[in-house]
Write a protein that binds this ligand. Structure first.
Ligand code: NDP
Length: 330
């Protein structure tokens, strides 16, 4: 089911206080949107230099524990890696029966890392957008799509609360699709662990082939994505669909794209997707990532180091410098 503005009733939140825990990408944008929709919001954050920004934006800045105590809907918009511990130590002690816990990503629920008490509602509204776009698309009036899920309905009103929150942040304007936290986790992780790696492999391999055939790395890099042409193509795809935007390309390009897409063998890709999905479903990725974090992320650091010095990213860096500063030809 997809829900729009007319399906959601903001007055459900009339007597409620929303406690925004975290004031980063999502937290700040969602807090501002909710307030502009007439919802009472307090912000809970660590007491550091960012607290000033919260007050500058006109919110009451509280400690995380005080905000959780005050809130009826408690939004956990801090990094997923730290949310379970913060929840256990600072939020759960202040929860009242019937409070709602609100998250914007399913990960901690899917892998049981977050275990809210049975006496709370648990809802998810996950914008399919970065925090910056969440604010901008609210202000422009367009809204943005989200996935909505009710994971625990203690009060019987969890869905009404979730829909009101989705409306308050501006998402029901564009359409909110009901699913489960597991579905949201799955599509998110499969994009991260398969689609994006496949795209990166497609680009780095094109780079290697073209450079091996004598084309200067900078020409290769600017064609790939640094010229923004690819970004524009993706924007048009979002606007008009893939086939809808094809006529903006030359006929040669249209024929080249469709005929080779038709010939391309997707089976190895399918296998890679299935393999990653298995690791997502059986929890092996989550275990791998938890173990990695316990050791302070040695694997992630090693990978950054490995790729920072690769020919591809070196060419990217040099091309970006040139494009930015208009340096002379070398
Ligand atoms: P951010 O990294 O922007 O969150 C930063 C906030 O978390 C700051 O307020 C920061 O406090 C606080 N924080 C960081 N570490 C701690 C800690 N150890 N203890 C207490 N507070 C801490 O997060 P995002 O907005 O990117 O993500 C929030 C949620 O939204 C996640 O569940 C994420 O998956 C989801 N989401 C994110 C999207 C995105 O665009 N990034 C898109 C859709 C969903 P301080 O100011 O003190 O540093």
């Amino acid at each position: 089911t997809t829900y729009y503005d007319s399906d959601a009733d903001l007055s459900v939140l009339d007597d409620a206080t929303v406690a925004m825990i975290g004031y980063g990408n999502q937290g700040r944008s969602q807090a501002l949107n909710l307030r502009d929709s007439g919802v009472e919001v307090v912000v809970g954050n660590r007491d550091d230099e960012y607290r000033e920004r919260i007050e500058d934006d006109g919110f009451e800045a509280l400690s995380i524990a005080d905000a959780a105590e005050r809130g009826d809907v408690i939004c956990l918009l801090i990094p997923d890696e730290v949310a379970p511990e913060v929840f256990d130590t600072e939020i759960e002690p202040g929860l009242d029966e019937g409070n709602a816990i609100y998250v914007s990503h399913g990960y901690n629920l899917t892998y049981d890392l977050l275990q809210p008490p049975e006496t709370a509602d648990v809802v998810l509204v996950a914008p399919r957008m970065g925090g910056w776009a969440v604010r901008e698309l609210y202000e422009s009036g367009d809204g943005f799509p989200s996935v909505l899920a009710v994971e625990q309905d203690y009060t019987g009103d969890a869905k009404a609360t979730a829909l009101a929150m989705a409306k308050g942040i501006g998402s029901t304007r564009a359409g909110v699709i009901e699913g489960t936290a597991d579905m949201e986790t799955k599509i998110d992780l499969l994009s991260e662990q398969a689609l994006l790696p496949i795209m990166m492999a497609a680009m780095t391999t094109k780079f290697e082939v073209e450079v091996a055939h004598g084309i200067p790395p900078k020409i290769v890099m600017s064609e790939l994505y640094l010229s923004y042409e690819m970004a524009e193509i993706f924007e048009e795809m979002a606007e008009r669909g893939y086939l809808g935007q094809l006529p903006f390309h030359s006929r040669t390009s249209q024929y080249g794209q469709l005929s080779r897409f038709d010939q391309f063998d997707p089976e190895p890709l399918r296998e890679f997707y299935e393999e990653q999905l298995q690791g997502i479903d059986n929890g092996s990725f989550a275990r791998e990532w938890s173990a990695e974090q316990e050791l302070d992320r040695p694997g992630l650091k090693r990978l950054y180091k490995k790729y920072r010095n690769s020919a591809f990213f070196e060419a990217e860096r040099e091309t970006m410098e040139r494009l930015d500063f208009g340096a002379e030809d070398d």
